[in-house]
Design a protein around this ligand. Structure first.
Ligand SMILES: Cc1ncc(COP(=O)(O)O)c(C=O)c1O
Length: 441
C-alpha cells in the first residue's frame, strides 16, 4: 500500500503552478503581428498591377514548403479546409468512396462528406493507433478514389504499405498531417509523403497559433486545383498567366496576414517545441515502461513522433484485476486528476460511431450516401472497429490540450511520473469500491 491518495484526502503530488499553458506566445510573436497591423496589409489583396499583395502569406508558404522539402504550400484558414481542398483537388466526386481510419478527429471524415463523397473506415493497428494497413485492401471497391491516412497523435502512418495499395488501385494519397507537423517517416517529413497533405494550426496543435491550416503538395496540377478551391474558384495570385476568374464551384478558405505572420514566427521554433515534446515523452516512457498495467506509446524505429498527444494504454488484466476496462480507466483517471495530473480522453468513440454516421443525416435526403448510381447500402456498425473501441476504453492521454507535453518542464514530468507511480501503487484502494466485472473483450 502506497502513500495516501489525494482522492482520499492525501497531499496531491503535482503543483498547478508548474503547468505551462499552450500556445506559448513570445514577444517575437507579438512583434510579428504588430508589424502586420502597422503595415496595413491585413489580407491577400490584389495590387494595382494585378499581382498578389500578401507578403506574410507568400513567405509562410515558401518557408513551410522549404521546412518540409516540398514544392508547394498554400496557407488557409484551417486544417479541415486544407483537407477538403485536397479531396476536391484529387478529383473525388459525388458518391465516390474515400478510405480513412476509424480513429481521428471528425474533421477527417467531414472533409470527405463536404465533397459529397463517402467515408469508408478501417480499424486501427493496436500498437501505433494508426490505420491498420493490412485491413485496407478489403475495403477497396471500384468507387474508391483516395486514402486519407491520419498521422494520429503525431506519429506517421505506414506510408510504404499505403503507397503500394495506392499504386495498385490508382488511388490518391492525402495525408491528414494535422497532428504531426515536423514528424519524420524514413527520413522524410510528413506533408511530403502523399500526393497532398493537410496541416492544422489550431490552438491545440504543436504548430498552434489559434486557427489556420496549410495544404502541401509536390505536384503542380494539384497545387493549381487546390488553389482555386481556396478562393471561390479564382486562381490566386491573379498574375499567374491564366484567367483569374475560373469560377468553378469552390469555397473561401483564405488565410489572413496576421495569422500567417504568427505562423511564421512559430515555425521558426517548431523543431524546438517538438524536441521538448520528444524529450518529455522519452522521460515518461522510460519511467512508465516498468510499471505493470500501463503501456507507453510505441514508436517504430523508422519514424519519429512529435507527440501531439501522449497516450498510454491501461491493462488491468496484467495486474490480475478483473474489471471492465472503462471502469478501470475511469478509476485511474479520477485518481490522477486528484493528484494534479492533466489526463484527458480525447475522443470517446470511433468516428463511425458518431451520430453523424449512425443517423446518416448528411445533407438531407440521404445525401451523400444515396448519391450516384450505386445501389450499395452503407451501414456503419460500431462493432466493426474493435481495436479502436478497445483503445478508447482502455487508454488515457497524459497532458491536455491546454497543457500538452510539448511545452512542459522536466520538473512537471517528474511530478507526473511520481503521481502515476503513487496511484499505481495504490490500485487496490481505487478499484476496491468499483464494481468488478470480467473483461468485455
Ligand atoms: C486529425 C485532425 N484532422 C483534422 C483536424 C482539423 O483541423 P482544424 O481544426 O484546423 O480545421 C484536426 C484538428 O482539429 C485533427 O486533429
Amino acid at each position: 500500500m502506497g502513500r495516501r491518495l489525494a482522492l482520499h484526502g492525501g497531499q496531491k503530488v503535482v503543483p498547478d503552478e508548474l503547468k505551462v499553458r499552450w500556445p506559448v506566445v513570445t514577444q517575437t510573436d507579438k512583434d510579428a503581428v504588430m508589424e502586420v497591423l502597422d503595415s496595413g496589409i491585413l489580407w491577400a489583396m490584389s495590387a494595382e498591377d494585378g499581382s498578389l499583395l500578401a507578403p506574410q502569406m507568400l513567405a509562410l508558404e515558401s518557408e513551410f514548403a522549404r521546412y518540409l522539402d516540398v514544392k508547394h504550400a498554400l496557407a488557409v484558414n484551417g486544417g479541415t479546409s486544407a483537407l477538403h481542398m485536397a479531396v476536391a483537388a484529387a478529383g473525388v466526386g459525388p458518391g465516390d468512396e474515400v478510405i480513412t481510419t476509424a480513429f481521428s478527429f471528425v474533421a477527417t471524415a467531414a472533409a470527405i462528406l463536404h465533397h459529397n463523397a463517402i467515408p469508408i473506415f478501417v480499424d486501427i493497428d493496436p500498437r501505433t493507433y494508426n490505420i491498420d494497413v493490412s485491413r485496407i485492401e478489403e475495403k477497396i471497391t471500384p468507387r474508391t478514389k483516395a486514402i486519407i491516412p491520419v498521422h494520429i497523435h503525431g506519429l506517421p502512418a505506414d506510408m510504404d504499405e499505403i503507397w503500394a495499395l495506392a499504386r495498385k488501385y490508382e488511388l490518391a494519397v492525402i495525408e491528414d498531417a494535422c497532428q504531426a507537423p515536423g514528424a519524420y517517416y524514413k527520413g522524410r517529413r510528413t506533408g511530403s509523403l502523399g500526393h497532398m497533405a493537410a496541416f492544422s494550426l489550431n490552438g491545440t496543435k504543436n504548430f498552434g497559433i489559434g486557427e489556420g491550416g496549410l495544404f502541401t503538395t509536390n505536384d503542380d496540377d494539384f497545387r493549381d486545383r487546390a488553389n482555386m478551391f481556396r478562393q471561390v474558384g479564382e486562381s490566386l495570385p491573379s498574375n499567374d498567366g491564366g484567367s483569374r476568374y475560373q469560377h468553378l464551384l469552390a469555397w473561401n478558405y483564405r488565410a489572413q496576414e496576421t495569422q500567417c505572420a504568427l505562423a511564421r514566427s512559430l515555425l521558426r521554433r517548431l523543431d524546438e517545441v517538438n524536441g521538448l515534446g520528444q524529450r518529455n515523452a522519452a522521460y515518461l516512457t522510460k519511467h512508465l515502461a516498468d510499471l505493470p498495467g500501463i503501456t507507453p506509446p510505441y514508436i517504430p524505429s523508422d519514424r519519429t513522433s512529435v507527440f501531439h498527444k501522449y497516450r498510454v494504454r491501461l491493462e488491468p488484466e496484467a495486474l490480475g484485476i478483473k474489471i471492465l476496462p472503462i471502469k478501470f480507466r475511469e478509476a485511474v483517471r479520477t485518481a490522477l486528476l486528484a493528484e494534479g495530473v492533466d489526463v484527458v480522453l480525447w475522443q470517446t468513440s470511433s468516428m463511425p460511431a458518431l451520430p453523424m454516421f449512425q443517423t446518416m443525416a448528411g445533407y438531407g435526403q440521404g445525401y451523400p450516401w444515396t448519391n450516384g448510381a450505386s445501389s450499395q447500402k452503407y451501414v456503419y456498425r460500431i462493432e466493426d472497429y474493435p481495436e479502436t473501441n478497445r483503445l478508447l476504453d482502455c487508454s488515457l492521454v497524459i497532458g491536455s490540450e491546454f497543457h500538452p507535453v510539448y511545452c512542459q518542464s522536466p520538473k512537471l514530468m517528474e511530478c507526473y511520473v511520481e503521481a502515476i507511480a503513487k496511484v499505481f501503487s495504490s490500485l487496490e484502494a481505487i478499484v476496491d469500491g468499483a464494481e468488478r466485472y470480467t473483461t468485455a473483450y
